[in-house]
Design a protein around this ligand. Structure first.
Ligand code: ADP
Ligand code: AMP
Length: 214
């Protein structure tokens, strides 16, 4: 199964994609986390992406398309994409790649959340500097404050979750990514989901749209 989660920053894509991937045996392909991990590891990709990440700018399409092509090829059991595609060129390249592989997209799920709730989720988000696990200071706190439950790493706020970068990222979302909702709606691949409520509630709404798992 091939699924995309769309939606603005803070709508819960990463949280839901991780869960969906675990339940459905898919690879969770989170492009933002791949780039942050590359930066932590100091790879060529990480160094290239660093300035874009901090400024809340999009990494160039050619880099992202190459990256995702490779990742999809090495996940023959299916992917749940989170953070890709973000532009029309990325969406078209994704369709081409999936067509070449004979693995058409099953569904694009768009998470919808009012702006005030996006900002509340983003401002409370904390991520592990060791493994990238995601927490929220109110809604998903770690057992010990500032310490990752999974690996014991230190939790911190993402540099691009500071108000200035957030405003820039939400602007870019509206300008470049929101038009993709029409792209997927045109041939009935889009399903819109209310992303209010707790993680379990939202998960049940998404799960109800997918084929029954065996
Ligand atoms: P995205 O990947 O769309 O940017 P995340 O999955 O990282 O969003 O979620 C943003 C923040 O909101 C995180 O801190 C996460 O723990 C929290 N969060 C995610 N889903 C919910 C929810 N349903 N209710 C409350 N907080 C949530
Ligand atoms: P995210 O974790 O999805 O919020 O992504 C964090 C950052 O990674 C973005 O602000 C971009 O700088 C970069 N990024 C992630 N995915 C993409 C993409 N598909 N295209 C361009 N840049 C991306």
């Amino acid at each position: 199964m091939e699924i995309i989660l769309l939606g603005p920053q803070g709508s819960g894509k990463g949280t839901q994609a991780a869960r969906l991937a675990r339940q459905r045996g898919l690879v969770h392909l989170a492009t933002g986390e791949i780039l942050r991990a590359a930066r932590r590891a100091g790879t060529e990709l990480g160094n290239l992406a660093a300035s874009y990440l901090d400024a809340g700018q999009l990494v160039p399409d050619a880099v992202m398309i190459d990256l995702v092509r490779q990742e999809i090829r090495s996940a023959p059991g299916g992917v749940c994409l989170d953070g890709f595609p973000r532009t029309l060129a990325q969406a078209q390249a994704l369709d081409e790649t999936l067509a070449e592989l004979g693995r058409p997209l099953d569904l694009a799920v768009a998470l919808e959340l009012p702006e005030a709730m996006l900002l509340e989720r983003i401002s409370g988000r904390r991520v592990c500097t060791g493994c990238g696990a995601v927490y929220h200071i109110v809604y998903a706190p770690s057992r010990v404050p500032c310490v990752c439950d999974a690996c014991g790493g230190r939790l911190e706020q993402r540099s691009d979750d500071q108000p200035e970068a957030v405003a820039q990222r939400l602007r870019l979302y509206r300008e470049k990514t929101a038009p993709l909702l029409d792209y997927y709606a045109r041939d009935r691949r889009l399903r819109e989901v209310d992303a209010r409520g707790d993680v379990e509630e939202v998960y049940r709404r998404i799960d109800a749209l997918l084929p029954v798992s065996s």
